[in-house]
Design a protein. Structure first.
Length: 71
């Protein structure tokens, strides 16, 4: 399943770090975090998508604690 989300991220470096962290999560086949458009694209396992998104949110908050993903 592919989904797009609006994300608030403060810098391009943080966006790149978030993308790397999200790609390492089990069940995620691809991820893209774009600082300029403030969008995140996730391609992940359909059956566990909500659980994976919880992990994605935790991973992003480790990089930037005040980031927000609008689901």
């Amino acid at each position: 399943m592919k989904k797009r989300f609006k994300i608030e991220v403060d810098c391009a470096n943080c966006a790149a770090k978030m993308e790397e962290a999200v790609k390492k999560i089990d069940g995620v086949s691809d991820a893209n975090v774009n600082f300029m458009t403030q969008k995140m694209k996730i391609e992940a396992d359909d059956g566990r998508f909500d659980a994976i998104m919880d992990e994605v949110e935790k991973a992003c908050k480790k990089v930037e604690p005040d980031c927000q993903i609008f689901r």
